[in-house]
Design a binder for this molecule. Structure first.
Ligand SMILES: [Zn+2]
Ligand SMILES: [Zn+2]
Length: 488
């Protein structure tokens, strides 16, 4: 076996319910050592390997986890054999877990490492296609010794516990980073460590129209290191009042104004600046060093959705059921937290305003699901699958060329609140008992009490999207609900 110096980092991601079970099992308050096994999906990305915890097997003290021959405690051979079979059946990596004392630092003992040397080569043979390894936890730290099928051995850089309050464990606290004077005023709030975390993040934005363009600007100015921005559209003149950083000239007004002949207007629309380019311009102005993937495309295409699978967080600012379906699947399947942002002005048939609201819906893997909360409507999905021409013929909608009203300030309320949510959770400022809520702002409502509405999002264990036998932590084992570009 060769110990490889890590070129790409490896991280373990744990959904909230598993994290809770694991912690109460490892740290029941007796100060003793306890054991478990995690079965994890393996996702290879350009940023390294992500292990997604899908199964947790708790080892019963005295039955499955017994006094060791060399070390203090060990898993019984029968327990290991059964769990290896479970992992093999489900196509998962096998990780043996135990706890040590201590708080912010943790490391394997010499006995631990010796037992890995003795046991893991045989387990690798048994598992055939997947890594095996050991994990050790302290109250605020985690380390991993992972053996890959190709004979290399890697350490775990980070263990991420997802939930309303996201926590990242490392073997030891990261060294204090150098202060960047650019961010002096904000790092006074969340520290140079918080600023360094932001710089290390890769964040996706789906849709850079009204709300998404503001999210893009906020994230770039906050110092987020890498943005992946997805939008198929080009700027039109009627977008300029809402799209942050857009100029009238991006819409080529001399070609697209109404008195021009049809073909010139079509040409103008075809040559206008893509929204992702406007977003890139804005982001680069704020931070010339920022990593920026401008993806002119639709998130419902497989190749486009795949570009989001290594993100740390995703903002959903596109208003289509298809986009909701894809992002909701990404959240649970790849354990990537997200938030849906948007604003709506509702009119009745006579054109009278019936409701105005901004909405922010954080989507936490395994905790809050657009599908469970009936925010993905099958009839609408079907309708969107039709071409505009088919839609006109079937009269599902009155006129596809008439756009709903939209105003920058309504988007700004949602965008600011959503980015604020992301920021506080990412830099670790949230209270230990923080509880996530979906929020709607209704500025026109007469009673003050009803102007801000909070909802507790639901999540159903049996849901095929967010449930533990559904997409949750399934990674590449499931196909995302996307259209294939193969052969196009
Ligand atoms: Zn140990
Ligand atoms: Zn669900």
């Amino acid at each position: 076996m060769v110990t490889q110096s890590m070129t790409l980092p490896a991280s373990l991601h744990v959904p909230p319910a598993l994290a809770e079970q694991l912690f109460s099992h490892l740290f029941p308050g007796d100060g003793d050592e306890h054991g478990a096994v995690i079965g994890a999906t393996v996702v290879e990305t350009q940023r390294g390997t992500r292990f997604l915890a899908r199964r947790l097997y708790l080892a019963k003290d005295g039955v499955d986890y017994v006094p060791g021959k060399r070390g203090y405690r060990m898993l019984t051979a029968a327990f290991i054999r059964d769990r290896i079979k479970d992992c093999e059946r489900e196509g998962l990596a096998y990780f043996a877990v135990h706890c040590h004392g201590g708080t912010d630092h943790v490391d394997f003992s010499r006995d631990d490492l010796a037992s890995h040397e003795r046991g893991y080569p045989a387990l690798l043979d048994n598992l055939e296609h997947h890594p095996v390894g050991g994990l050790v936890f302290a109250r605020n730290a985690a380390a991993g010794d992972i053996w890959l099928q190709d004979g290399s051995r890697v350490e775990l850089n980070a263990t991420v516990f997802h939930g309303a309050r996201r926590r990242v464990f490392q073997p030891a606290p990261a060294p204090k980073p150098a202060a960047d004077p650019t961010y002096d005023r904000q790092s006074r709030l969340f520290g140079d460590r918080g600023q360094a975390v932001l710089a290390s993040q890769k964040v996706g934005i789906v849709g850079v129209g009204g709300a998404g363009s503001l999210v893009n600007e906020y994230l770039a100015r906050l110092g987020v290191g890498h943005l992946v921005v997805v939008d198929p559209d080009r700027i039109e003149l009627s977008n300029v009042p809402r799209v942050a950083g857009s100029h009238r000239r991006d819409a080529l007004p001399w070609l697209t104004k109404p008195e021009r002949p049809q073909f010139l207007r079509a040409l103008g629309r075809w040559l206008a600046t893509p929204k992702v380019r406007v977003a890139q311009r804005v982001a680069r102005q704020a931070n010339p060093e920022i990593g920026f993937d401008a993806i002119r495309g639709d998130v419902t295409l497989d190749t486009v959705a795949a570009s989001l699978t290594d993100c740390d967080y995703v903002f959903l600012a596109a208003d289509s059921m298809q986009a909701r379906l894809v992002v909701n699947a990404l959240v649970h399947q790849y354990l990537i937290p997200a938030v849906q942002v948007g604003a709506k002005v509702q009119l009745d048939k006579a054109g009278t305003v019936t409701d105005v609201f901004s909405v922010v819906r954080p989507l936490t893997p395994g905790l809050s699901c657009l599908w469970c909360n009936e925010l993905i409507k099958p009839a609408k999905l079907q309708e969107e699958a039709l071409t505009p021409e088919q839609r006109r013929q079937q009269r599902y909608v009155d006129d596809v060329d008439v756009h709903a009203p939209s105003v920058i300030t309504l988007n700004a309320v949602a965008a600011a609140y959503a980015v604020d949510n992301y920021l506080m959770s990412t830099v670790g400022l949230r209270a230990t008992d923080y509880r996530e809520r979906w929020t709607r702002f209704h500025p026109l409502t007469s009673t003050a009490f009803d102007r801000v509405i909070h909802e507790i999002p639901r999540s159903d264990q049996s849901c095929p999207e967010c449930g533990s036998n559904g997409r949750l932590s399934a990674g590449g084992q499931r196909r995302l609900p996307v259209k294939s570009t193969a052969g196009v």
